[in-house]
Write a protein that binds this ligand. Structure first.
Ligand code: HEC
Ligand code: HEC
Length: 385
């Protein structure tokens, strides 16, 4: 860099800083922005009791937690696929999740790795747009009871647990009492507390030379740190990056009907006419938030393709190319996004850094085999992987 370039850079950044201050002090639709945190290792947390985790692991794989006894949490958050669902029964890529048999979902199934840390770094709520509730227990309850998810009545869950001697014994051991659906939710929560990845090359300080150059770009001229900040690589805030719509949501009636139901349940104005994913608007009802999604973590993303709320990008290379183009087309697009002057090798460095936030092998857990006395109905969700 020449000496002449330096003041120019400074003046650009002063303007950017002023704009940023204005943006933050404007009557915002979202909670006060947190101070930007340094990227770094995830904090230590006290592990939940092993016996409770074991109970949660069993429930996680148990199809009897769903109304018709056909799907479990693991159907959509498959431990063999980065705790998301990337491939359908025919091993074809799946951008959008399926849902309760007979319906389909309009969002990509997010990973559950590190969800235990999400609440520490975000006030915006759960799910891609924060509409899924304020705490993990609410999310678990909703996933179980929502008609389009597992369509289960909590009283029935209670009964089914009481009829299985394994759960009866587990409830006795963990709670010194009878099973209940609430105890089941506590166990699922405990299980998810253990799905933590905090020992990736970045945490170990073993970045390759290429990834180290990528880190400098990430924190510097690529500007990723503007939103993917802190140990969770997320500021926990909604932003509009202009990801193109996945038209399947509007062309597949089974997806569209699910989308409409969620809009209606959340009191979104004119729920019947939206032909785009409204994102955080669902929560805030502020038109400036249409198309905003909460910054996702970048940890373990090497194992969770496809990307974005609607699975529109297949590879990390595609995601980086999207940012190089300045994001997508929308108004208002996040002010942080500008076309980036990154050549091919710099783009590869950025990808190498993002990959260094993932374990070499996808984290997984061992499946619990639960013998069933019935054959679950056949549907497009492959029940047994
Ligand atoms: C039929 C598929 C399906 C099933 C079954 C399912 N999920 Fe999900 N899950 C999803 C989808 C899709 C989303 C994202 C929804 C959105 O953002 O609109 C999600 C979101 C979540 C989130 C929020 C993650 C985040 O980063 O905010 C958690 C936690 C979660 N699920 C846990 C569970 C648990 C626990 C179960 C079992 C009790 C379960 N899910 C069952 C599809 C499923
Ligand atoms: C303006 C804030 C912002 C900036 C700057 C930003 N991101 Fe993002 N990023 C997001 C949001 C929001 C999403 C989710 C968008 C969606 O789902 O529609 C996302 C999604 C991603 C994903 C997909 C994660 C997943 O699980 O699907 C990757 C990878 C990613 N960003 C990497 C980067 C990189 C690399 C940079 C720098 C070149 C960057 N981001 C800059 C806000 C930002």
């Amino acid at each position: 860099m020449t000496l002449l370039e330096k003041p120019a850079l400074n003046s650009c950044c002063t303007v950017a800083a002023v704009l940023l201050t204005l943006a933050l002090s404007a009557p915002g639709s979202i909670a006060q922005a947190r101070d930007r945190q340094e990227i770094g290792p995830l904090p230590e947390k006290a592990p939940p009791s092993a016996a409770l985790v074991e109970m949660g692991r069993r429930l996680f794989f148990d199809v009897r937690v769903s109304g018709d006894g056909a799907i479990s949490c693991a159907t959509c958050h498959d431990p063999g696929q980065g705790f998301t669902r990337q491939l359908d029964k025919e091993r074809q890529p799946m951008a959008l999740s399926d849902a309760y048999p007979g319906t389909r979902h309009f969002r990509n199934a997010p990973t559950l790795i590190n969800v235990a840390h999400k609440a520490d770094f975000s006030d915006a709520g759960w799910g891609w747009d924060g509409h899924m509730g304020a705490n993990l227990n609410d999310v678990i309850r909703d996933q179980i009871t929502e008609t389009m998810m597992m369509n289960m009545d909590m009283r029935l869950m209670h009964e089914r647990m009481k009829q299985d001697p394994v759960y009866v014994q587990m409830c006795q051991e963990n709670f010194n009492g009878e099973c209940s659906s609430g105890k089941g939710r506590k166990a699922l929560d405990a299980f998810m507390q253990t799905l933590v990845s905090k020992d990736v090359p970045f945490d170990q300080g073993t970045l390759s030379g290429e990834a180290e150059l990528g880190r400098i770009l990430f924190e510097g001229k690529a500007g990723c740190i503007g939103c993917h900040s802190g140990p969770y690589f997320s500021d926990g805030e909604p932003h509009n990056t202009g990801v193109p719509e996945n038209l399947d949501v509007f062309q597949d009636p089974l997806r569209h009907v699910t989308y409409r139901a969620v809009l209606t349940n959340h009191g979104v104005p004119k729920a019947d006419i939206w032909r785009r994913d409204v994102g955080y608007f669902l929560v805030s009802k502020d038109y400036r938030d249409v198309g905003s999604f909460i910054t996702p973590t970048l940890r373990e993303t090497a194992h969770t393709a496809p990307y974005m709320h609607n699975g529109m990008f297949q590879t990390l290379e595609e995601v980086v190319a999207f940012y190089v183009a300045g994001g997508g087309h929308d108004d208002p697009l996040a002010t942080e996004l500008q076309p980036l002057d990154l050549d091919r090798s710099e783009q590869a460095q950025l990808v190498a850094f993002v990959r260094a936030l993932s374990s070499p092998e996808a984290p997984t857990v061992e499946k619990v085999e639960i013998p069933l006395e019935y054959e679950p109905i056949d549907n497009w969700l492959e029940v047994r992987n």
